[in-house]
Design a protein around this ligand. Structure first.
Ligand code: CP
Length: 320
């Protein structure tokens, strides 16, 4: 595996899930595979789960993880080409990437969408520079448009907890005070469309995901109707993807608190499990009562981030 951005990169989903269960059962069985190998984890943005689970996964495989927080541990990096660097950014990605790549075997990058220029974000401009100038396998640790390690962990969690062969999975938009990227819902939609589930997306008008991620998923604008009979409720906020109106890209179109997932919403489901990638704003995205209920999977979901990262790193090590 040379890169991990999209569901297609993992190949057959059933094989990947079985491998994930094996990795979870015997996490140290491939300790020799990563010996004398280094993974560079580059963070342009904050993180708790991705940072720690990636390091843990690398250590389980016997690899040396190096974490770099851009702008805190390093110089501030310029990401635009052709600019006069007379500001506060001391180094260009064009030099920094090959230097970082020369110190490692695999690179993981967290680089969020700026949410001001749709074309720049949806072209994955920063990630593509790491591919072009690094020459090493690249993992998206949440880039502008995708968060595949999260979506893979979500799928593993659903497979572990499903009570029927083809569960109904509903991804619902929920309110948030800040404009958030679309990477998590994009990847979740992409992975659920590839998985054997009955997938429904619900959000207010104007929040339609980019068709390359939404695919043929059913979109139901009536949230309560969408949630009827759900086996899994996956809550997430995202800002306007700018599909209907490019000028609205990255903006907040609604703060409607009736979309906050609470007991009223869960009552119409099939005693559904609640999921969220975390971090979560309590009583904005989800009520205390739902996230603290026995059917909340937010902690096992986060724990599975080690498993998804380890499968991906294992496959990359095997193809070096
Ligand atoms: N879910 C997730 O990616 O969490 P962090 O932003 O804390 O890494």
């Amino acid at each position: 595996m040379k890169s991990f951005f999209h569901v297609q990169d993992i190949g057959n989903l059933n094989s990947a899930i079985n491998e994930a269960f094996q990795v979870k059962k015997t996490p140290f069985a491939w300790k020799e595979l990563g010996m004398n190998r280094t993974i560079m984890l580059v963070f342009f943005n904050g993180s708790l789960r991705t940072r720690l689970s990636s390091q843990k996964a690398a250590l389980n495989l016997g690899m040396n993880p190096i974490v770099l927080n851009i702008g805190q541990d390093s110089w501030k990096l310029e990401t635009e080409m052709g600019v006069v660097m007379d500001g506060d950014k001391s180094e260009h990605l064009r030099e920094a990437i090959p230097v970082m790549a020369s110190y490692c075997d695999i690179i993981g990058i967290r680089s969020f969408a700026g949410l001001s220029d749709r074309e720049y974000d949806y072209n994955e401009t920063v990630l593509k520079q790491f591919i072009e100038f690094g020459g090493k396998p690249v993992i998206s640790l949440e880039s502008a448009t995708v968060h595949p390690c999260q979506a893979f962990a979500d799928l593993i969690t659903i497979e572990e907890h499903k009570r029927n062969p083809r569960p109904k999975v509903v991804m619902t938009w929920a309110p948030h005070p800040k404009a958030l990227p679309q990477a998590v819902p994009n990847s979740f939609a992409e992975w659920m469309n590839a998985a054997d589930v009955d997938f429904v997306i619900t959000h207010p008008e104007g929040y339609e995901l980019d068709p390359r991620f939404a695919g043929n998923a059913k979109v139901e604008y009536d949230q309560m109707k969408a949630l009827e009979g759900a086996d899994f409720v996956y809550a997430k906020n995202w800002s306007c993807p700018g599909v209907r109106d490019r000028s609205q890209y990255g903006s907040i179109l609604s703060k409607d608190m009736s979309w906050t997932v609470d007991d009223r919403h869960m009552a119409v489901t099939n005693n559904a499990f609640f999921m969220h990638c975390l971090p979560v704003r309590r009583n904005m995205i989800v009520s205390d009562s739902v996230i603290d209920s026995p059917t909340s999977l937010v902690i096992p979901e986060a724990a599975n981030r080690v498993v998804s990262a380890q499968v991906v790193m294992k496959r990359m090590l095997e193809s070096l």
